[in-house]
Write a protein that binds this ligand. Sequence first.
Ligand SMILES: NC(=O)C1=CN([C@@H]2O[C@H](COP(=O)(O)OP(=O)(O)OC[C@H]3O[C@@H](n4cnc5c(N)ncnc54)[C@H](OP(=O)(O)O)[C@@H]3O)[C@@H](O)[C@H]2O)C=CC1
Ligand SMILES: N[C@@H](CC=O)C(=O)O
Length: 399
Amino acid sequence: MKEALHVALLGYGTVGKGVYETIKQHQGRLQKLLGKEVKVVAVLVKNISKHKLSDRSVILTDQYKDIINIQKLDVVIDAIVGIEPAYSFLQQAINRGCHVITANKEMFAHHSKDLHALAKEKGVTVGFEATVAGGIPIIQTLKRLLNANKVQKIEGILNGTSNFILTKMREEKLLFTDALSLAQDLGYAEADPTNDIDGHDAFFKAVILSEVLFGEQPDWGKAVRVGISTIKSEDIAYFQSLGLRFKHVASLQRTNKTVVCTVRPVLVSEAHPLYQVEDVQNAINIEADIVGNISLQGPGAGMFPTASAIIEDIIHIDDKEYGPCFEEESSISESAEQLWIAYGENALLGLPESAEVIKKIADYTWLVKGDSNDNAKFDIRYYQLLGNADSVKAVEKVH
Ligand SMILES: NC(=O)C1=CN([C@@H]2O[C@H](COP(=O)(O)OP(=O)(O)OC[C@H]3O[C@@H](n4cnc5c(N)ncnc54)[C@H](OP(=O)(O)O)[C@@H]3O)[C@@H](O)[C@H]2O)C=CC1
Ligand SMILES: N[C@@H](CC=O)C(=O)O
């Protein structure tokens, strides 16, 4: 058998532990696939007194120099938190000729271009399947399966914590704070959960998808990013009575000028595929020109789904890199008019001039047609509607 693949793990929290355990438990399968043993040789943590490894031959350290100076090292896996020191650690790893794999979307959304360029120069690869949608193999699918297609639009639930909280608030009537605590206990939430509930995490994932699909990022300053923290329990119950569910949806569309990115809560009717996507599940709908529509759904966060994505990257570590699927100029026009639900006593004040009120649904709720790019005038009381407007129930009495 060939010499083992020597792996160092940065971080031993939810994701790091999941990767460590999965490599141990599925060693036989990995050996068959790679033709060699996958050996974790070292683990980096912040607070060493909190941790103990079952295998005493594995180096446990809080000093990166102990990792980067290991003589035989093939792969460095980043499962730590934040932009720095993760970015510098991976730069050093690539510079010494290691492949790198990351789950750290915040760091990768900021530095993917630099890391890819450096890796190309040094002849190593960068795996980042775990940065988007947890266990769903979305990056592999886009990079390897959709090369012949031009992806026109992508829309999905990309934050497991937000979807989990919205589901628990609706189904079990949990308070926002209790649902968030549960998501933290289950290892779904980020170390700083404001990244989840204010939409940053889903935005970082959308940025990474945009790079893969279009070879460029959306303009961070122009993107719409709204989280779920302002959604009230009463609003969730009210819209449920109209047959609608809140979902936190990220959408990316390449127009002939730019990449339009929105990340925000929307209302979804039963006819739409995202309506049934519940708990920690993520889902992504891809509109491509040859194949048509494809939907992928799966667990969007948690120990083993994320470990699965990282293990997939280990298996493909020697594969050649693929370029963006969509390098040439697009002929797709600006996004079309969309349907919105305007809600609240003064909901109709401040509607864009072009907006057309189609139907009164209830005392303080209207169905409105308009252009989502006129976002300045929309505040959080206007929700985009996904799915069939005819299925929205009209209720007699509101509040
Ligand atoms: N949880 C999930 O479902 C998913 C998480 N991710 C991403 O994976 C990464 C890890 O997430 P998760 O495992 O949940 O986070 P945790 O908070 O559970 O674990 C983070 C680990 O990183 C270590 N760490 C943090 N900062 C440093 C540092 N500066 N130097 C050395 N070690 C450090 C911590 O050490 P110590 O234990 O000593 O504090 C801890 O072991 C994040 O970037 C996250 O965004 C991606 C997909 C899903
Ligand atoms: N906090 C993230 C973890 C996975 O990326 C989420 O909830 O989606």
